[in-house]
Design a protein around this ligand. Structure first.
Ligand code: IFM
Length: 437
């Protein structure tokens, strides 16, 4: 189905998203080292030990890439600002070249009539801060507040929206419990501290941006719809724990000033002293919630200690990532988020898309996007206040521990020549979104 602007409410925002480390190229412009560089350099962590040294060379191809966003007919471009590029030591003196780059990026978007949607942190923690314990260290609240001030004092007057941290679950759980992302820890105490400090830093950052007079501030979390794999009570309990860790920890912290009991069952002994006192900061009022949504998970009881769950492979068609495609799960999650946590607050699908091995002709991606846009429409019809939808991602890029193999882009990138070629999905979206010609 071809869903055009006319199928959505007036003012609905269509966009595309990227992130700094995944496209810019760390080797350029005075960027400092970050924990992804050392994680990737450690054998076994990343496919072929690939890193973001060059990535898509977006740093030098900014205008060409912004033209691609404009020709797509996008209203919004969601990008992130690299902490390691802006403040190479993590604290202290900013890198003027880094700030200039984001200045040019924002002005380049505005000149093309595109709304800049900034995310301050999309995972490139400066190495000197990682050396001090990174997200495990409570001081990261202050470090992140200072970074926020540095970036937003420069571009905060022109960004359309801003959010502090992309996908707290990935920063906390995936990186400190599962060990799949930098810093690659598998430690319950590190996890508890990181999960809490991320939300604390989020709140501090919102405070700073409010202090600068900024509006349209939100949070961007990744969510998955978790279902019991069968009818057993064990699977139901396991799915509840999975849902609590993945989804409700962040929704509860941000919107209710509480962490869910199934998470506290495992993490409470490891949370920093006085954690409850931080909810006043964590729960600073927001103007919207961003949901990054890709898939659902089937969950059953797992062996071993807490959290006692295991994922079961589902029967639905899968993307190149092996993630099941179930658009109705997005509808259900949007309705649930509004009903149980956010009420009338606008919801944005801040990331949705699929990795596909099809290099240029990608009907699978066109189908995925169209089905998920339909799912958003269904949620709106049920009363969920969804105000926008952004595709992940503008172009093929560095997919973290999976290197450059998994291609999420609307635009193909040849990683030898760095040539950009719009795929069929790019042309399809352009025909749905463009208002002129
Ligand atoms: O590439 C990532 C992105 O950095 C965060 N959200 C999910 C995407 C696909 O895995």
């Amino acid at each position: 189905m071809n869903l055009t602007r006319n199928d959505f409410p007036d003012g609905f925002q269509f966009g595309v998203a990227t992130s700094a480390y995944q496209i810019e190229g760390r080797d350029f412009g005075g960027c400092g080292p970050c924990h992804w560089d050392s994680f990737a350099a450690t054998p076994g962590n990343v496919v072929r030990a690939e890193d973001g040294a060059v990535a898509c060379d977006h740093y030098h191809r900014l205008d060409e890439d912004l033209d691609l966003v404009a020709r797509l007919g996008a209203d919004v471009y969601r990008f992130s600002t690299s902490w390691a590029r802006v403040i190479p030591e993590g604290r202290g003196a900013p890198n003027p070249e880094g700030l200039d780059f984001y200045d040019r990026l924002v002005d380049g978007l505005l000149a093309r009539g595109i709304k800049p949607a900034a995310t301050l942190y999309h995972w490139e923690l400066p190495q000197p801060l990682a050396d001090l314990g990174g997200w495990r260290n409570r001081d990261i609240g202050d470090w992140f507040a200072d970074f926020t001030e540095t970036v937003m004092a420069r571009i905060g007057d022109r960004v359309w929206s801003a959010a502090p941290i992309n996908e707290p679950w990935c920063v906390g759980w995936l990186s400190h419990f599962d060990g799949h992302h930098a810093p690659g820890l598998r430690d319950i105490r590190a996890t508890a501290r990181a999960m809490h400090h991320i939300l604390l830093a989020h709140g501090r950052s919102i405070e700073v941006m409010r202090g600068l007079g900024m509006g349209n501030l939100g949070a961007v979390c990744n969510f998955e719809w978790a279902e019991p794999a069968d009818d057993s009570a064990d699977s139901a309990a396991a799915a509840e724990t999975y849902d609590a860790i993945y989804n409700r920890f962040f929704l509860g912290g941000l919107f209710r000033g509480e962490y869910p009991a199934p998470v506290l069952a495992g993490l409470e002994p490891h949370l920093p002293e006085g954690w409850q006192d931080d909810f006043a900061t964590i729960g600073a009022p927001l103007d919207w919630l961003g949901l990054n949504f890709y898939t659902r998970k089937l969950i059953t009881k797992g062996d071993g200690p807490w959290p006692h769950y295991a994922e079961v492979e589902g029967p639905l068609p899968k993307t190149q990532m092996g993630w099941e495609i179930e658009p109705a799960a997005l509808t259900r999650f949007l309705i649930r988020a509004a009903r149980d946590y956010t009420g009338d607050l606008p919801l944005y699908v801040t990331e949705n898309g699929m990795a596909s091995a099809n290099p240029f002709d990608d009907p699978d991606r066109i189908g995925y996007l169209s089905d998920h846009l339909e799912a958003v429409r269904a949620a709106i019809a049920e009363g969920a206040p969804v105000a926008g939808y952004y595709v992940w991602s503008l172009m093929d890029n560095y997919e973290w521990s999976l290197g450059y193999e998994k291609r999420f882009g609307l635009v193909h990138v040849d990683f030898e020549t760095l040539a950009r070629t719009p795929k069929a999905s790019y042309h399809a979206l352009a025909s749905w979104w463009r208002t002129e010609d």
